[in-house]
Design a protein around this ligand. Structure first.
Ligand SMILES: NC(=O)C1=CN([C@@H]2O[C@H](COP(=O)(O)OP(=O)(O)OC[C@H]3O[C@@H](n4cnc5c(N)ncnc54)[C@H](OP(=O)(O)O)[C@@H]3O)[C@@H](O)[C@H]2O)C=CC1
Ligand SMILES: O=CCc1c[nH]c2ccccc12
Length: 300
């Protein structure tokens, strides 16, 4: 059971561990994997309109037998079709998810919305109406936040971003900005150093720390778990995923692993900063890669 949660700036709580549904593993059908995650005690489900699988998440929630109030359901706004409002898209998501509110509604990508201020206003209204308990953003840079914050009546509660040690240095100004404005960063791609970018300079550092933690607690710790402890210790919720039951147990087990020492945190961050490896959304011209399945993201 995942028990750890953090408090958002609107006083709502967000579970630290989230099960992501935006992955090629499940294509457009996530029901089996979501039921498996819920039955293992994961309560936070991360969805999005663009993943095209909200109805299967709704089926999983309905069949899980877990009360709606024990779950934390996130979805994200993609584009707003001509003739529709942001509210229309959320109502459609709620219909597919078979719930009468979501816990968190995020603007998925600022680059899709020429009038971010107006979109944010509409999210504020949805929170007031109770259709989303909390509201936030995803893939926002400082310059995007600077568009919405001055006129905001309600602050975004979270910014869901790619966050792991290989983007640590590049993300530092944004993380500091979020902290100053009480916005919680949440991390996707957090396991990049052990899955998409294995062979990097962090490998031996993570292995060494995993060995020490494993010996300390008398149960093996993996490099992936070390990365998740690194997030947890910063108060950053982890949006991860898997189709494997044993991996879910590995993720859930992270809540029982002690903190890293300050020297270990420093070593992860300094070694991570030796390379820059962003997988998902390109946020500046110096970012080297733009992943192909996300080529809908355009740098401006
Ligand atoms: N807002 C946005 O723009 C974005 C949001 N997301 C959200 O984040 C979710 C999580 O996605 P993602 O970023 O891929 O998550 P992670 O970076 O946490 O990667 C999860 C993958 O890592 C693998 N893995 C776990 N532990 C290890 C290990 N020790 N060694 C090697 N591989 C390991 C798992 O594989 P296995 O299946 O084999 O267990 C799983 O497929 C998405 O489903 C989506 O909901 C993702 C991208 C963009
Ligand atoms: O959320 C980002 C990752 C993702 C997964 N599926 C799609 C489809 C279209 C845009 C982004 C994504």
């Amino acid at each position: 059971m995942s028990r750890l949660s953090f408090t958002l700036n609107d006083s709502n709580k967000i579970p630290w561990l989230a099960f992501g549904t935006g992955t090629a593993l499940y294509t457009k059908e996530a029901k089996k994997e979501v039921i498996q995650a819920i039955s293992h005690g994961i309560t936070h489900l991360d969805g999005a309109q663009v993943y095209g699988n909200e109805a299967s998440i709704g089926d999983a929630i309905a069949e899980s037998g877990v009360p709606r109030s024990s779950l934390f359901v996130t979805t994200k706004l993609w584009d707003v079709p001509a003739g529709k409002t942001v509210r229309d898209t959320l109502v459609e998501s709620l219909r597919k998810l078979k719930v009468d509110y979501v816990d968190l509604f995020l603007i998925h990508n600022p680059q899709l919305h020429p009038d971010l201020k107006s979109v944010w206003k509409q999210l504020e209204e949805l929170k007031k109406e109770g259709l989303s308990k909390s509201i936030g953003v995803s893939n926002f840079r400082i310059k995007d936040l600077e568009v919405i914050l001055p006129g905001a009546e309600i602050l975004p509660s979270v910014n869901q971003i790619e966050y792991h040690p290989y983007v640590f240095k590049a993300s530092k100004p944004l993380i500091d900005f979020l902290k100053k404005h009480t916005i919680v960063p949440t991390s996707y791609g957090g396991l990049t150093p052990v899955n998409r970018f294995k062979g990097g300079p962090l490998d031996p550092v993570l292995e060494k720390i995993a060995k020490r933690l494993g010996e300390t607690r008398g149960k093996p710790v993996t490099s992936g778990q070390v990365l998740q402890v690194w997030l947890r210790q910063q108060g950053v919720p982890a949006i991860t995923t898997t189709s494997k039951a044993e991996r879910l147990l590995e993720y859930l087990d992270v809540e029982t692993i002690p903190d890293l020492t300050s020297e270990e945190v420093k070593e992860i961050e300094e070694t991570g900063s030796e390379v820059h490896h962003r997988v998902f959304v390109r946020t500046s011209r110096s970012d080297s890669r733009l992943v192909t399945n996300l080529n809908c993201y355009v740098h401006r």
